[in-house]
Design a protein around this ligand. Structure first.
Ligand SMILES: Cc1cc2nc3c(=O)[nH]c(=O)nc-3n(C[C@H](O)[C@H](O)[C@H](O)COP(=O)(O)O)c2cc1C
Length: 184
């Protein structure tokens, strides 16, 4: 490693590992934990696929079913955190974000790029989370009507690296991503 006190290089590493998750199915950042807050204040965490990471815009992108509980939660509280543990880089990445929910005409172009086999993730009858009498008592709709893009605008990035000695830093959008070291 070059200078371990170089904040810019540390942030570069974080973005490198994130963008790799979009391109490489086997990269750790492919499957972040996506945490939201329900309307009654309860934490909700689940695995998602990282579909986009744009350092220039300071955004990451997740695709989901518009009928899922996370979308209901995001309508009442737009804050979400994404968390990745990248074992190869010994790096935990936490992205604190505000989410914009896009659907319908706004995502029709992206829908064209969703492979047929993946479309079944969008839309179900009865809707996701509904109690059913047996494991298979549902139909997948594979419909643009339910295809929903979550654009997550990053407010802060926290990096924690378990090398010896440990390193931790926080980078804020409103501080132009300057970053500061924190006690791990
Ligand atoms: C490996 C893996 C990848 C997943 N990817 C997504 C995804 O990209 N989008 C999504 O909405 N759900 C995805 N899921 C399902 C979610 O973890 C979750 O079960 C589902 O979205 C319902 O969550 P909710 O009821 O909290 O909204 C994935 C699950 C696994 C195990």
């Amino acid at each position: 490693m070059s200078d371990p006190h170089d904040l810019v290089a540390f942030l570069d590493l974080g973005w490198q590992r994130l963008t790799r998750g979009v391109a490489d199915r086997r990269a750790a950042a492919r499957h972040p934990v996506f945490a939201t807050v329900s309307s009654d204040g309860a934490p909700e965490a689940r695995t998602v696929v990282l579909r986009g990471a744009n350092r220039h815009d300071g955004t990451v992108e997740v695709h989901t079913d518009g009928g899922s509980d996370k979308v209901t939660s995001l309508r009442s509280n737009s804050r979400a955190q994404l968390m990745v543990w990248d074992d190869k880089a010994k790096l935990q990445i936490r992205l604190s974000t505000r989410v914009t929910i896009l659907h319908g005409g706004d995502v029709a172009d992206r829908w064209q790029n969703v492979p047929d086999g993946s479309r079944m993730a969008y839309g179900a009858s009865p809707p996701p989370g509904t109690p059913i009498p047996n494991a298979h008592a549902y139909t997948k709709l594979a419909s643009l009507d339910w295809f929903t893009v979550l654009t997550c605008r990053i407010e802060s990035i926290e990096l924690m690296q378990l090398i010896d000695p440990h390193r931790r830093a926080v980078f804020m959008a409103n501080d132009d991503w300057t970053g500061e070291w924190r006690v791990p």
